[in-house]
Design a protein around this ligand. Structure first.
Ligand code: HEM
Length: 149
């Protein structure tokens, strides 16, 4: 399990919630554009959901919910479980997570512009890995359970 986020990091992430509410889909749409430059990443996704905008909306909602609840993750338990199960169904592994970080963080910077100071981006970088570690741990458990079944 990853180290808890510091109160300062949580405050910085939480403070971006209004901007994410406004620009979340722009951020995730840009993130997917960056991610899909790599065909092996693109192949993991259902393109019909991308083109309908459903997937960017779901990811934007998840990121916003995380920003709003970063100091009380219990509120996200159900959502995290659903995401992990979806990831298992689409064969997502821990080695896929760095590419999403490399696509998401610049997308946050590009869309939020001046609102995304270096400090804010560093906080989001930490928060991404905190969330990713929770998902990865649960996904490893689910993969293990399915191998035993
Ligand atoms: C902290 C990181 C991540 C978050 C917060 C996240 C969030 C989500 C959410 C909210 C969904 C939709 C679940 C639903 O059906 O309601 C989803 C699905 C999905 N995620 Fe992630 N995800 C993360 C990392 C990744 C990574 C690293 C990959 C791999 C490149 C990935 C690939 C997918 C795929 C393939 C789907 C299924 C949707 C489709 O087929 O288009 N995710 N994720």
């Amino acid at each position: 399990m990853s180290q808890p986020l510091s109160p300062q990091t949580m405050a910085l992430v939480k403070a971006t919630a209004p901007a994410l509410q406004q620009h979340g889909v722009a951020i995730t749409t840009l993130m997917y554009q960056r991610l899909f430059v790599d065909p092996s990443m693109k192949a993991l996704f259902d393109m019909a959901e991308q083109e309908s905008g459903t997937q960017p909306q779901r990811l934007a909602a998840a990121i916003l919910a995380f920003a709003q609840n970063v100091d009380r993750l219990d509120a996200l338990k159900g959502a995290l479980e659903r995401i992990s199960r979806r990831h298992i169904a689409t064969h997502i592994r821990s080695e896929h997570y760095p590419a999403v970080a490399d696509a998401l963080l610049p997308a946050i910077r590009d869309v939020l512009g001046d609102a995304a100071s270096d400090e804010v981006l560093a906080a989001w970088g930490e928060a991404y890995w905190f969330l990713a570690d929770i998902l990865i741990a649960r996904e490893q458990e689910l993969y293990r359970e399915s191998e035993l079944a």
